[in-house]
Design a protein around this ligand. Structure first.
Ligand code: PFF
Length: 489
């Protein structure tokens, strides 16, 4: 059998895990999910989700990958048992859904980097984004033709993903040194400018004032867990495959603490840039912060351009810099979504990576065309909602059951403690066996009932059936692939 690839250094692995974690999820998704769930009201469930599920599951996935020395499906098959292999496949299909739409947001950034040169969005950034740039159609039922500039951006992004991955994991370890550090530096500039805008304080009040009544709303909890999973790249096979390239004797728990805290700190920090701008926008429009912008996944493309236009000097330069930041942030997350998918197939059937990688990249680009249409914005929203709300929570739940009960949490904890700098205590077993699966299970069922009753957002009912249909389909596909014989079985 071919020798497994290895990271060049521990730093390469940590930076790659941080790079996978920190991405558009921090500066694009976190602020709008936070905004849509009541601002400060969201922060408590978010941090609870980080402690109860984020960090414990990250430790679990690092341990599983390192122990199995294989991608998600083979890892479950080897360590927990052949019957659980399908959970690994399900996680790969969840990540596939994400890598189908995630590069589209990067394609928007490519376009916005170009528009920055002339600050084309003008003063009404909201109108520019929806009506001039996306030219959104009347709803998800009307695709309304391709937006060619977005499609061109998508092609650029997929070529970049391919180029980052084709030289193997050692090269990835080097690329991430840049793609992690450059964005941090730029984010600091955005935050400083945001904070010095008039009205910023109102935005920050909305962001930082906790609202305890929100704790009673299950949908806020589910959104928080979904966001933590998305942002830490959990339940998607990414961390399993990354840690499978670790040499024996590498640390697990300390790496997980470093990666998850660096990531969530970045989200929290990016929130200052967005909410201070929202405060400014609210003041200039004479309305309250909650009413100021269309909450939704366009939020970042409305707020950041506003700040950029208001920079006292070199605004176009900082605009270009900012969107390059989004791209560098996104690229290491995007390729971390493709790698586990490729590894899932190459580990089981020993396909040549030389062929599997370009084929999967091409497939991603082709399906991604859907999201570049005028109706694509709505589909992006729908697929993101179904994947992060139901898909990731379901996989997270199944992972906890498989490791907690079938493999046994205690056994895994002992394994982690053998090799880690920080020992984890019995609390970890409690999280994996009781707290995390209970919260995920209850919120999942609750949200499903609500979905069946009311549909998602203001979209027509049939879109919910499409969403549920896709989930059922990927579950069936996971079983089929798990049943299919691999090269070594
Ligand atoms: N964590 C990434 C972000 O916050 O942008 C997104 C992501 C990366 C999702 C890797 C899934 C994944 F496998």
């Amino acid at each position: 059998m071919e020798e497994r690839e290895r990271w060049g250094s521990r730093a390469g692995f940590i930076m790659a895990s941080i790079g996978a974690a920190i991405g558009l999820g921090n500066v694009w998704r976190f602020p709008y999910i936070c905004y849509a769930n009541g601002g400060g009201a969201f922060l408590i469930p978010y941090f609870v989700a980080l402690i109860t599920a984020g960090i414990p599951l990250m430790i679990l996935e690092f341990a599983l990958g390192r122990k199995a020395q294989a991608g998600a499906p083979s890892a479950f098959a080897r360590i927990v048992g052949k019957k659980t292999e399908w959970i690994g496949w399900l996680s790969l299909f969840a990540v596939m859904l994400i890598f189908l739409y995630y590069p589209t947001i990067m394609a928007w950034s490519v376009n916005y980097a170009v528009h920055s040169a002339t600050l084309r969005w003008g003063t009404d950034t909201q109108n520019f984004f929806y009506n001039h740039f996306l030219q959104t159609s009347g709803g998800p039922g009307i695709l309304g033709g391709i937006r060619w500039p977005i499609l061109a951006g998508l092609a650029v992004v997929w070529i970049a993903i391919y180029l980052c991955l084709f030289k193997g994991i050692k090269a990835v370890g080097k690329v991430v040194m840049w793609t992690v550090t450059i964005p941090w530096a730029i984010l600091v500039i955005m935050v400083v400018r945001g904070l010095t805008l008039p009205g910023a304080v109102d935005g920050l009040k909305f962001y930082l004032t906790p609202d305890f009544t929100a704790l009673l709303k299950p949908n806020v909890w589910l959104a928080a867990y979904g966001q933590v999973f998305f942002t830490l790249s959990l339940a998607m096979g990414t961390l399993i495959v990354y840690s499978s390239y670790l040499p024996k004797k590498s640390d697990i728990s300390n790496n997980a603490y470093i990666a998850s805290l660096a990531n969530c700190g970045t989200s929290f920090f990016a929130g200052f840039a967005v909410f201070s701008t929202l405060g400014y926008l609210a003041q200039s429009m004479g309305v309250g912060v909650p009413e100021v912008a269309k909450s939704g996944l366009g939020l970042a493309f409305v707020t950041y351009p506003t700040v950029i236009r208001l920079l006292p000097f070199c605004a176009p330069f900082f605009g270009i810099l900012f969107f390059i930041m989004l791209l560098t942030l996104g690229i290491d997350s995007a390729f971390s979504q493709v790698e586990p998918f490729v590894a899932g197939f190459t580990d089981k059937w020993h396909f040549s990576k030389k062929w599997a990688l370009p084929l999967i990249c091409f497939f991603g680009f082709l399906v991604g065309v859907l999201f570049t249409t005028r109706g694509g914005f709505y589909w992006l929203d729908i697929v993101d909602y179904f994947t992060c709300t139901f898909g990731l929570c379901l996989v997270g739940f199944l992972e906890c059951v498989a490791i907690g009960y079938i493999y046994k949490a205690r056994k895994m904890r002992e394994y982690v403690n053998e090799v880690s700098e920080f020992k984890i205590g019995k609390w970890w077993d409690v999280m994996i066996m009781i707290v995390t699966p209970a919260i995920l299970g209850i919120s999942f069922v609750w949200e499903l009932i609500k979905l069946v009753q009311n549909g998602y957002g203001s979209y027509p009912r049939w879109t919910s059936f499409v969403g549920i249909g896709i989930l059922v389909l990927i579950i069936i596909l996971s079983f089929v692939l798990a049943k299919t014989k691999g090269r070594e079985e």
